[in-house]
Design a protein around this ligand. Structure first.
Ligand SMILES: C[S@@+](CC[C@H](N)C(=O)[O-])C[C@H]1O[C@@H](n2cnc3c(N)ncnc32)[C@H](O)[C@@H]1O
Length: 307
């Protein structure tokens, strides 16, 4: 079965909602109701509970393993058409470069010019200074990297970017499409990263698959992996609801959760786990997107100042 193509990155999930005409295909629950439903299993169909408990990771992994190839094809050139996405990533890359310089972790003061990942996708920002040319580029992990398109863009912006994803099939796609970069299977709920080594973390439409009650634990894990002043960038759909998705990227019969998130709650959770607020960009929906989109930047405070 062929689904109509999403026309933007944020439509990845919204697309699923728009094309679905019935509650049986896509269910949307208020967050309060979601907790109640999650405790007892939503459908009673014998499948792992998609909403809460240990089963949701298994459910999400299985879904993304199924859609990995079609997702990678559909989104391959998407960034070239997304000025807000590119702007958020360019700003983030510049902050990571300059933070590294400020903290002595990197002497580079500006990103290298790169060609980007497609037409219109070039970083379009200034070159590094001569003083920084011998320094190792800042290390950034793209967590929930999928097929690695954002990871590759971060690398084109002069960062030493690698990717981590829950789905082995997504990691296979990422390795095949970007053999020059490093990709690893792993979960943001249980990161296997040395403490305090990263200059930055990006989680681009990936924390949307974690129940909001678990977000602080995830952000605490991000904080542990970052150097002091390391930069975090999150992108997500704005809202306050859980959606159960059964039909996506040309596949039917799926069942996994995606959460729209309130930016103020995300920022509260980040503050509670040791991050200083840096910036928030929200934008109105474009095209068939069913919600606003948010990009949140935060900076890791030194551990002693966490609370
Ligand atoms: C909507 S896709 C976004 C992929 C990529 N960031 C992009 O923009 O193309 C969500 C990704 O998050 C991954 N993911 C979901 N839960 C995860 C977890 N607990 N740890 C790591 N990755 C996860 C999925 O496997 C999927 O590849």
């Amino acid at each position: 079965m062929t689904n109509p193509l999403p026309r933007s990155a944020a439509e990845r999930e919204e697309h699923v909602l728009e094309r679905s005409g019935s509650e049986a295909e896509v269910r949307v629950a208020a967050e309060g109701a979601e907790r109640k439903e999650g405790a007892g299993g939503e459908e009673g169909d014998g499948r792992p509970d998609a909403g809460t408990g240990a089963g949701y990771l298994q459910v999400t992994r299985a879904a993304y393993d199924t859609v990995a190839a079609s997702y990678a094809d559909l989104l391959a050139d998407d960034l070239a058409q997304q000025p807000f996405d590119r702007a958020a990533l360019a700003l983030y890359a510049e902050l990571v470069h300059s933070t590294g310089a400020d903290t002595g972790t990197c002497t580079r003061t500006g990103p290298r010019i790169g060609s980007g990942t497609g037409p219109g996708a070039g970083p379009g920002i200034g070159s590094s200074t001569a003083a920084g040319d011998d320094a190792a580029p800042p290390r950034v992990a793209d967590i929930g990297c999928g097929p690695g398109r954002i990871t590759a863009h971060l690398a084109a912006l002069g960062l030493d970017a690698s990717g981590i994803d829950l789905s082995p099939a997504m990691i296979d796609e990422a390795r095949r499409r970007h053999p020059e970069l490093t990709f690893t299977v792993g979960s943001m709920t249980d990161l296997d990263l040395p403490p305090g080594e990263l200059d930055g973390i990006v989680a681009w439409y990936s924390v949307i698959h974690i129940p909001p009650a678990e977000h602080r634990a995830v952000y605490a894990g991000f904080h542990r992996a970052l150097k002091p002043a390391g930069q975090l960038l999150l992108a997500f759909h704005v809202g306050d609801e859980r959606r159960v998705i059964t039909d996506a990227y040309g596949h039917t019969g799926l069942r996994y959760d995606a959460y729209r998130l309130r930016p103020d709650r995300v920022e509260q959770d980040l503050a509670a786990t040791g991050f200083a607020h840096v910036a928030r960009l929200t934008r109105a929906p474009i095209g068939r997107e069913g919600s606003a989109q948010a990009y949140v930047l935060a900076r890791a405070l030194p551990a002693a100042l966490d609370h």
